[in-house]
Design a protein around this ligand. Structure first.
Ligand SMILES: C[S@@+](CC[C@H](N)C(=O)[O-])C[C@H]1O[C@@H](n2cnc3c(N)ncnc32)[C@H](O)[C@@H]1O
Length: 240
């Protein structure tokens, strides 16, 4: 009889190319970290490979510049970024948990690891990046932080990023973890993936980019509101 729960076993199977002992050890590390500080860990086990691949797909390996990963944990998303073709030397990982930092250093030679608080990103990256970042990929448990702090994180990240670069964030929540139109800060656009059902629990990936002048003038798409207005006015769907 297996000594671990079916849920843990299913997750472990979702990274088939990593030895089972290592995958189960990562599960144990996460559970330990979650018991130690649930608001820091934000999850009881590492992201599955489908979610990690979905996150990595938003990063263009051909866009020059460093890639910053926030909250890499045991490296599920780091691994997907490397598989995407990003050279280790381009990757900067910002992780608070010292034991995860030691593990990441052993597991991913050549990757740059910065122990510290990602919500003080300016301090943490001061003098570190040699060019604006081509992407920031975050699995920080944002929902554990007040909304203004999440917005401040995005604003601080934008300061270190190429203007067209994506800030990629996954969430288990139903809405954007960075609230829109609520707080002062840089204007940004947001797009969201379909749910990644094969992750447990299912997650969505949000991608935020700094808004351009064009975005400011473009009218946002509101198909449901538009349809409701047409119905209220008694007009057919394509009518004026
Ligand atoms: C939900 S886990 C994600 C881990 C991994 N990226 C994954 O997807 O499996 C969140 C990670 O963010 C780290 N973390 C939480 N708050 C942090 C902070 N303020 N600064 C840096 N890392 C933080 C935690 O230690 C943990 O490794």
């Amino acid at each position: 009889m297996p000594s671990h729960s079916p849920r843990v076993r299913d997750r472990a199977v979702s990274r088939p190319d990593v030895p089972i002992v290592e995958r189960l050890a990562d599960e144990a590390r996460f559970i330990r970290s979650w018991f130690g500080n649930p608001t820091l860990a934000g999850a009881v086990s590492p992201s599955g490979r489908w979610l990690a691949q979905r996150m990595a797909r938003y990063v263009d390996p051909n866009r020059p510049g460093p890639i910053v990963e926030l909250g890499p944990g045991t490296g599920a998303i780091t691994e997907a970024l490397l598989r995407r073709g990003i050279a280790p030397a381009r990757l900067h990982l910002v992780e608070f948990d010292r034991s995860f930092c030691r593990l990441l250093a052993r597991r991913f030679p050549g990757v740059q690891i910065h122990q510290g608080d990602a919500y003080r990103l300016g301090d943490r990256l001061k003098g570190v990046l040699d060019a604006p970042a081509a992407a920031v990929v975050s699995s920080l448990p944002l929902l554990m932080k007040p909304e203004p702090q999440r917005c401040a994180l995005l604003a601080e990240a934008f300061e270190h990023m190429d203007p067209a670069a994506p800030f990629v964030q996954f969430t288990y929540g139903p809405v954007s973890p960075i609230p829109r139109h609520k707080y002062a800060g840089p204007a940004f656009t947001a797009e969201v993936s379909a749910p990644v059902w094969l992750n447990l629990p299912p997650a969505r990936v949000w991608v935020y980019r700094r808004a351009t002048a064009e975005d400011h003038t473009a009218r946002p798409a509101r198909p449901l509101l538009d349809l409701a207005a047409r119905i209220a006015r008694g007009l057919p769907r394509g009518g004026q």
